[in-house]
Design a protein around this ligand. Structure first.
Ligand code: HEC
Length: 173
């Protein structure tokens, strides 16, 4: 009887230790989330690139101040060295059907799923949305690794090309 009581006491003591540890962990996670969540808008000034503002994992405003041209965007999506999104994504572009990849999600109806602001963020710098993504950041100079000499100090796409792609993808519904 005595033994049982003391065992119960030990169990209760270890249970309260776990609880305290779990509580500390939960507090740590909450603190991390508070840091990770971009509650405030974040302004990005990356060298000579057009500045932009990230809010809620999206970039609301056009980088050029104007809407892009969807026909041009369709062109960049299949042009090697200028986007070439089809090496990873399905797009409704029959002339390149033979070389379309499926590493990334199917973008055939992406305009019905994501806003232009979401799509712009994904193209400019998808690492903001998913730090582990293998998708390249197309409008970024800071933080790029192993850049070939001829591309140093230049983004993969111009602001105009990003906007053309945003216009093209937004039209896919
Ligand atoms: C090397 C492969 C690769 C290339 C090239 C690539 N992407 Fe992606 N993309 C991905 C992957 C993988 C994802 C899935 C999300 C993630 O990894 O965060 C993705 C996600 C996306 C999304 C979000 C889709 C959704 O349904 O959530 C959009 C939009 C997008 N990519 C557009 C583009 C555009 C436009 C281009 C060309 C300028 C491009 N991608 C080039 C791999 C790629």
């Amino acid at each position: 009887m005595r033994q049982t009581r003391s065992m119960t006491g030990r169990l209760a003591a270890s249970a309260s230790r776990i609880t305290a540890k779990q509580a500390a962990m939960a507090a740590g996670v909450a603190a991390l989330l508070a840091v990770a969540a971009p509650a405030r808008a974040q302004e990005v000034h990356d060298h000579n690139l057009a500045p932009y503002t990230i809010k809620d994992y999206a970039i609301d405003k056009s980088l050029t101040g104007k809407p892009g041209d969807p026909a041009e965007g369709r062109k960049w999506a299949i042009t090697s060295g200028q986007g070439n999104c089809v090496i990873c994504h399905r797009l409704p572009i029959p002339e390149v059907a033979f070389r379309i990849g499926n590493i990334g999600p199917d973008l055939s109806e992406v305009g019905g799923r994501l806003s232009a602001a979401d799509i712009r963020m994904r193209i400019v710098n998808p690492k903001v949305v998913n730090p582990d993504t293998i998708m390249p950041a197309y409008y970024r100079i800071d933080g790029l690794n192993r850049v070939q000499k001829k591309f140093e100090g230049k983004p993969i796409l111009t602001a105009q090309q990003v906007e053309d792609l945003v216009a093209y993808l937004s039209s896919l519904k």
